[in-house]
Ligand binder design. Structure first.
Ligand SMILES: [Zn+2]
Length: 408
């Protein structure tokens, strides 16, 4: 159900809190003067007390030739995705008896306390579908994607010239090549089609990761906790609000469409379903927002709360920053929030609670993919949701076949 958004004055509180938190972190991994980045945070609300519990920054995504089959490299380092990965660790750490956010039901199921909400904050409109909307003259934000990318990849520059009043913001995020729906690439508003799954933009080696709009839309239907944690968590966890800063192009209708409202013929079974978020742009600015003069910051910061402690790390190209060349392909280059480390943490949790995902095989011998498929309800609904999206990914399933035993 849609909360009463008009009465909701919490967006400014959330934005200020997130920016304050970002500024309190060490300099390492933050943009230089001539660089921009995106900052995303997840904020916990409990009885009117707000707290940042996960944070991510970043603008990069590795190309398809550098995808990692071992789960040890971060393929997608866009801020929204980094923040969500950090949030998964926060959630997993909270799966305990004296959790501040969960009540334990029975021996190993957790229910989110009724007074807990989670909010999403970001400093740039998510890439993909949310970034496509009419351009109004007089705005000075720079393009959502640089013109050169579109010109080089798609159409001659001459064809692109249209009056700004009838033009739309364009995205370098292309429709999936296996989708029957493709951009028309015609003049003005007919350049893009709306509501389809797109691949993250990138220069050189193309990416195969779906856009942040698509990933957030998945979270709005399947929950932000993902498949593995559904083993422990009774109901999917949904985001209540979405707050975005002032100095980025913004269109509420486009965000509503892209982040939760674009699918028809949904066939999801409870507890899964379409969950709306209150979306609001606030009168607060981010110092490192994108402009045409700045370069994207190559590094990503992630941070998450872990009780009284917290965890912070900086990555570059999906690996830990500052690792010497000699160790670039070793365990020392692995960031703590990579898939393999998460899988490792998850399997330890299973053992702690005496859960065996499949009767005839030890948890640690499972592949990541097989473990993800063990939550049948999640899988059935996710398969159904993918059908509603039309097509979802170009990624090869083999990338999820890694196992723990081989690496630890
Ligand atoms: Zn993105």
């Amino acid at each position: 159900m849609l909360p009463d958004c008009d009465k909701d004055n919490i967006h400014t509180t959330i934005a200020s809190l997130c920016l304050k938190h970002f500024h309190s972190l060490p300099k390492s991994g933050k943009p230089q003067e001539n660089e921009w980045t995106v900052l995303s945070c997840i904020v916990k609300e409990q009885q009117n007390v707000f707290q940042v519990v996960a944070l991510g920054t970043g603008t990069k995504c590795v190309g398809k030739n550098k995808l990692c089959p071992n789960g040890t490299i971060l393929n997608d380092s866009h801020a929204e995705v980094i923040c969500r990965r950090a949030f998964l660790f926060y959630l997993c750490n909270e799966l305990k008896k004296d959790s501040s956010i969960f009540n334990l039901k029975g021996s190993s199921k957790f229910i989110l306390k009724s007074n807990i909400k989670f909010h999403f904050f970001t400093t740039h409109v998510p890439c993909g579908d949310a970034a496509i909307f009419p351009k109004q003259s007089g705005e000075e934000f720079g393009d959502i994607v640089s013109f050169e990318t579109i010109i080089a990849d798609d159409v001659p520059a001459k064809k692109r010239k249209v009056d700004i009043d009838e033009d739309i913001y364009r995205t370098g995020a292309k429709c999936l090549s296996n989708s029957i729906k493709q951009d028309l690439k015609e003049k003005g508003e007919r350049y893009h089609i709306l509501g389809v799954v797109r691949i993250k933009p990138g220069r050189g080696d193309p990416t195969v990761s779906v856009s942040c709009s698509d990933k957030i839309s998945k979270w709005s239907h399947m929950g932000i906790q993902g498949a593995l944690l559904m083993t422990f968590i009774e109901n999917p966890i949904y985001l209540s609000t979405f707050t975005i800063v002032q100095n980025t192009p913004f269109c509420k209708e486009a965000l509503k469409r892209a982040l939760y409202g674009r699918l028809v013929n949904l066939n999801l079974k409870l507890p899964f379903g379409e969950n709306c978020m209150c979306i609001k742009q606030v009168d607060v600015s981010f110092a490192y927002c994108k402009t045409n003069e700045k370069q994207p910051c190559p590094s990503s910061i992630y941070w998450f709360s872990n009780g009284k402690r917290s965890c912070l790390e900086v990555s570059v190209n999906g690996k830990k920053q500052g690792v010497t060349k000699k160790h670039l392909h070793t365990e020392k280059a692995r960031v703590k929030i990579c898939k393999l480390e998460f899988f490792n943490m998850f399997v330890k949790k299973l053992d702690e609670y005496g859960i065996k995902l499949y009767e005839n095989i030890e948890n640690k011998e499972l592949s990541y993919k097989t473990a993800k498929e063990s939550c049948k309800d999640y899988k059935l609904n996710w398969d159904s949701l993918k059908q509603s999206f039309g097509s979802w990914t170009l990624k090869n399933d083999l990338l999820l076949n890694f196992k723990l035993e081989k690496y630890t």
